[in-house]
Design a protein around this ligand. Structure first.
Ligand code: PLP
Length: 456
């Protein structure tokens, strides 16, 4: 088990004196912070222990598995067995947001609809599924049951399910990662256990149990569910623990999104370069998803892409870790912040140290927003574009306006009005595709109540 430092009241007071933004974080006010230590991409990439080749290797692995997906998950046939999501311009939402903030955007607003990713309806289908495939392939190759040149549709068979049933996969999750790992793990035949934090939705647990996944429930938050899962897995040499806080495989699976997005933008005739910057707004929980995607984006677009992470005011773990430089050595609870949010997947109190340390020099900024704002934007998007997402997936939506209001950041980055007029702003819509209708109706009712003028 990892142990973390304990902070006295005096130590926290000292930290706040040295880092003035912490007072606002503790007051749960929405904040924006742009990273003064962002480095040129080439320099920042050189310091990462991972390279473009690692991401290409991951991409080729996903290609090898495409025939498996076509066989085992027929709804992936339309995309030839690749799990990828649509990129969509949202002009009506852009107009509504311009009105909301009384500020024209200049460039164009896009949504990357990971909510429509097959199998789990969230960004977790990228990293989580990839790590299970990587593990399955390694086991099958080692046992001499599979060659890299085989048609991997073979894996969708009783023979392989019997083979994989000798092995366990475990993961700790607030919901969506468990859903992804559980769905693919169980389909391949693994004995799969998902350790769920208290905030995980009932429907996700029900769905997993229906697939034969063992769901272990905890009364505490994400970090505890992960630690318990890790501890149980460590006692079993045949058990692979998907470590959301530290996994390189997970990170590489997410990173493949960079080249995929580049191809989609090319297809739409969208240019990205110094004169046509691309801003990407990514909701952040523990950091693996947005961190891995940002790594892939940096490989694909270099300095022309600006990555900004969004977190709930009640769970600003990555902002806290990067801003103070303490990374995983501090949690939001250390500051007395409760880590309670309606945004599934973002309720994380302590960020991944691996992601924070690796990615900080490549990230432009971080901001927080309230649950109310996510819900209200959920309603607005439904109204304007008839797109239905879960609350977390809206975290990136106000990002472009946070950027536009920060003149010192724009100046420092040389983002003049001409460049901004050519910019593309992409909000990563990380989930919501599998939310049951009744749950979605409840989100929309809550959003409508927020839209009404407050009762006197
Ligand atoms: C998990 C998740 C995120 C954030 O990913 P992390 O790897 O935890 O940072 C964002 N949105 C949704 C819907 C998620 O499920």
């Amino acid at each position: 088990m990892h142990s973390h430092p304990h902070y006295s009241k005096e130590a926290i007071r000292e930290l706040c004196r040295a880092n003035p933004l912490l007072d606002e974080l503790m007051a749960l006010s929405p904040v924006s912070w742009f990273n003064p230590e962002r480095q040129p991409t080439e320099q920042a990439l050189a310091a990462v222990g991972l390279t473009a080749e690692d991401v290409i290797d991951a991409s080729l692995r996903l290609d090898r598995f495409a025939p498996y997906f076509c066989a085992a998950f027929p709804d992936t046939m339309a995309s030839h067995g690749l799990l990828e999501s649509p990129l969509q311009a949202v002009p009506a939402m852009q107009q509504a947001m311009e009105n909301r903030f009384q500020q024209p955007l200049g460039g164009q607003l896009w949504l990357k609809l990971d909510s429509q990713l097959p199998i789990s309806g969230s960004i977790k289908a990228r990293g989580g599924i990839y790590e299970v495939l990587q593990h399955a392939e390694k086991l099958a190759l080692k046992a001499g049951l599979l060659q890299r040149t085989d048609n991997y549709a073979r894996l969708h068979s009783e023979e392989f399910r019997a083979f994989f049933s000798q092995y366990q996969i475990a993961v700790g999750s607030t919901g969506n990662l468990g859903l992804s790992i559980g769905m693919i793990g169980a389909r391949l035949g693994f004995n799969t256990s998902v350790h769920m934090s208290a905030d995980a939705r009932q429907w996700k647990k029900d769905l997993l149990r229906a697939q034969g996944v063992t769901v272990v429930e905890y009364q505490s938050d994400y970090s505890v569910a992960v630690a318990e899962g890790r501890a149980q897995a460590e006692q079993n040499p045949n058990c692979h623990f998907v470590d959301d806080e530290n996994s390189v495989q997970l990170f590489l699976g997410y990173a493949v999104a960079g080249e995929r997005l580049k191809a989609q933008l090319d297809q739409q005739g969208i240019k990205v370069d110094r004169s046509h910057p691309l801003f990407v707004y990514l909701p952040c929980g523990v950091g693996g998803g947005p961190g891995g995607v940002a790594f892939g984006l940096k490989l694909a677009f270099g300095d022309a892409v600006h990555c900004i992470f969004a977190e709930p005011t009640h769970s600003p773990c990555m902002l806290l870790g990067v801003y103070t430089g303490l990374h995983d050595q501090i949690s939001v609870q250390d500051l007395g912040i409760d880590n309670i949010t309606a945004a599934d997947g973002l309720a994380v109190g302590r960020a991944s140290g691996f992601v924070g340390r690796t990615m900080a020099p490549m990230l432009d900024g971080f901001y927080t927003l309230s649950d109310k704002e996510m819900l209200s934007l959920l309603g607005l998007l439904n109204e304007q574009e008839h797109i239905q997402l879960e609350p977390s997936a809206l975290a990136g939506m106000p990002g472009p306006w946070r950027v536009l209001e920060n003149e010192s950041y724009l100046k420092r980055m040389g983002l003049n009005p001409e460049r901004l007029a050519n910019a593309h702003h992409l909000v990563w819509a990380t989930g919501g595709g599998m939310v049951p209708a009744a749950e979605m109706a409840s989100y929309l009712t809550q959003a409508a109540a927020l839209a009404k003028p407050a009762a006197i």
